[in-house]
Design a protein around this ligand. Sequence first.
Ligand SMILES: [Zn+2]
Length: 570
Amino acid sequence: MKPHRRFALGRPSLGGLAAVGLLLAACSGNPEPLPTVPAPDGPDALEPGAMPEPGMEYRSTDDRASVDVLHYDLDVDLTGLADSQFVARATLDLRAAPRSEYLDLDFVGLEADSVRIGGARVPFAQGPHLLRVRPEGGFEERTSVEVFYAGTPRDGLFIGPDPGGHPTAFVDNWPNRARWWFPSNDHPPDKATVEFRVRAPDGYTVIANGRLLGNQDGVWRWRTDVEIPAYTMVIGVAPFERAELGRAACGEAPRAADSECAVVSVWALTGGGEYGERRFSRAPDMLDFYSEMFGPYPYEKLAHVQSSTRFGGMENSSAIFYAMGGWAEESMGESVIAHETVHQWFGDHVTPEVWSHLWVSEGFATYFAAVYFGERDGPEAFRQAMDGGRRSIIGSDASNRPVVDERPDLFGLLNSNSYPKGAWILHMLRSMLGDEAFFGAIRAYYAEHAGGSAGTEDVRRAMELAWGGEDLGWFFEQWAYSPGFPRLDVSTRVVDGAMLVTIEQVQSAEWPTFRLPLEIELRAADGRTERREIWMEGRREMLRVPWTAGEYELHVDPDGDLLLEVVGGS
Ligand SMILES: [Zn+2]
């Protein structure tokens, strides 16, 4: 997503319960071994306690490993939208570790009315951040669990007015707020297919992930057969103004309705339709551009949706949500569209295996958005985007932490490390490997991890393979696992017909000494230039360039290949 300065507020909970009478469905998933013992949650998981903070993660990755959700059926009744009424049934088709006594699901802020397995009620308990289902006799390895609940979600699903004053409902899950409106294994690598059956008020339309299966008696059915992470499972319920923008990724969209081209559409709120069509006019071209660059578009369609997301844009799989305000004020930038489109491949279909490696999502989206504008609008557009990123890294406190960051507050990861520094990591790899090897590595990385999840080491392996097996451990160690960037103090003096260039890394001692393929260029007033490349290995290097041309300009890294700051110069 792209962060946004406006943050939505949670809403107080209401009571009320009714059944949603719709049929169940289940689907198969890929079997992979689960740990044989359910992971302990700690003795206090069910004790009353403070409501979890959205964006804080309380369970460890290992805690979740004993469950694998294969499919969610989410039946939602929003006919009481005007009164903030939400009634739901979630059916989870899942695999649990054999002989598990209980199953823990993330579920926050709403009270379950009943939990059923095979139609029969089973005992359950709720703690502040989870729902524990404990059927007598334990779990079969493959189980379908139904949870009935109602109320007003305090987060995740937001009910509020559109610019025309009509009540709407929009989901905004990133990073771990799906659990505030449906019980889930709310964890990026546990991907699943999902089907939504949403009962909406008369005159309303529903958008969601995947393909529209139909709309009967006010119930909209959407389904994706591509496994997606819970944080991108969304619905939007509003009186939309909808337009088709075109068909794209033709021949590269195997999941599209006609298995050929993906339909790209725009879904605007009251009064936003005309602007939406104009602003998103290049959206089909972006899908063409990226499917050619990365590989097949993974989803059934791509809808660009005006919503109430707290972010500037949120990359929900095949249904990207954008902030309401910028769209309504007709002040949206175009880079957010490219950024969220890249995420369909990187973030959504190749998902960070853990949040601490978020740059494999956000750095990719930031970088390849710049690549699109560089290709379509000229190199200066690319250069401006990268320079802007460099400035924000240089000016950010986040530079004192590594890009791969184990911090517990996930919203804190929305910083200059995950975004522009991640983009700069990719750009520096491209500069070192060359275009052919770099883009080959990107395609290979995508092909290998499509539908799954990946992290920094997977990027490293793909780049090493493309670079003839060359070790890049040092590169990722300094750029991804260590804080900071090189600050270079460069000084020159002319001695006996030569220019003596001294380059010193003067960044703080807590930051690493960077290994850099550094270029230096001397430009004389008469246009003559001398370029030298050195592998800078230590804190101080000296370089001798034959020089008799008098006045000169010195340029460090003249092509802008490196993330660095030049702090001195004489
Ligand atoms: Zn993003």
